[in-house]
Design a binder for this molecule. Sequence first.
Ligand code: ADP
Ligand code: GLC
Length: 482
Amino acid sequence: MKVLQVSAEIFPLLKTGGLADIAGALPAALNAAGCEVRVLLPGFAPIMGDLQSDSVLAELTAPWGERVLLRQGLLRTLGIRAYVIDVPHLYARPGTPYEDEQRQPHHDNHLRFALLGWVAAQLACGLDDQWQPAVVHSHDWHAALTSAYLAFGPARGRRVASVYTVHNLAYQGVFAPIHFYDLGLPSHAFSVNGVEFHGQMSFMKAGLYYADHITTVSPTYAHEIQTPAQGCGLDGLLRARANDLTGILNAVDTTVWSPAIDAAIPHTFDANNPAGKARCKAALQQTLGLAQQADAPLFGVVSRLTEQKGLHLVLAVLDALIERGGQLVVLGTGDAALESAFKARAAANPHAVSVRIGYDEGYAHQIFGASDVTLVPSRFEPCGLTQMYGLKYGSLPLVHRVGGLADTVVDSALEHLADGTANGFVFNDFTMQSLERAISRALALYARTDEWQAVRRRGMLQPLGWDKAAAQYVALYRHLVT
Ligand code: ADP
Ligand code: GLC
């Protein structure tokens, strides 16, 4: 079955968060499950730079009159066939894919990402006569207009199924209504039964409204987004579409995240030979100037520093953690206030706390490799990947019971230790008291070395690979095209 995957990011070429990890892993996982996947991406510089053996498939005119080149070729690093929208003045810019260097959204994001959906719909409608997808699978608001353009395009009535995956309902792609008229959608699409959202235009809503099927990245999040508390104003629509909404849990790309073969960590290890982990920890403590104590429980955070991630709770419990002999390593970037708060704590406690502001893929691997606990206290979390990377690297996840965190981590309460399901620590209330109690449980287990190692070993051996999720996506695609 031919599947066109549409996303703004793809690991390892362009990544701002978990979306890229998933977009990078899914093609190979689906191919292994019998699909034939191609990807459509905007022509951001790292993507253009990786495209080889390429040729121009088509010269198109976007709905707002702009001339657009669509290239096809091979993404060398990933070894997958790709279509890339080559419009340098839209995509070849400094900053992130979404924001300029001052962290302001690009003024024309509605056009930059409408184009992604519009080209996806052209491909779905037979633009490439050598390759006609049966399914178009779009990710997040950046690609969400795909299904709207499909609903009104020439493929109407043809069996090109559209799947839209919500990676994070909080980022919606909402724009002033005036921009709607640039996009070439019929005027009646700007209505409550369409892309209109409180007088604005919402790309996210377009995806949710027009896609044949909606998926999100964990079963618990699929339920949560149907509630007012987590529905970001779209819970009513999601409840109305509940029969077309599935939670499929993300997975781990074990070609990238395996401590036994990881070139980014100084000492490799695995569940049966865990000694390298202690060496990774000693090496990191030394490099960072932390106290060289093998038995100091080392907590790690690798995260966007945003309100979603609940890291103000970590700041609130940090003194207590240090008093109890713990150490903290943070790698992250985001809100200026969180960045400076963490930096101040590191400056005040240089032997116990290290904070690096920035984005560093290799250093992220080293933190998972070295740390004993991976902290993910998110206020909400559609899936979360770092708790799973923590499991793989023997760094027990300590998480808030929400979204995909609730689906992947089982608290080391006595009954779960007894029945062998414990793999980390989970707190229920989003408060510093609840987090503190989970940290106490972690420290208590850490002091019982044999039990700690047993839980850690079990976590490392957990099958978190892509086969299960890929099979679920393929079953969904089959259901939609038959
Ligand atoms: P989200 O997508 O909401 O940011 P996820 O847990 O799904 O959260 O994915 C985050 C991804 O980004 C992981 O691969 C994580 O290792 C990575 N990451 C986050 N912040 C950084 C950083 N500062 N440096 C390197 N990698 C990071
Ligand atoms: C989003 C979510 C995160 C999820 C990731 C990949 O960025 O915030 O929870 O793991 O997408 O699906």
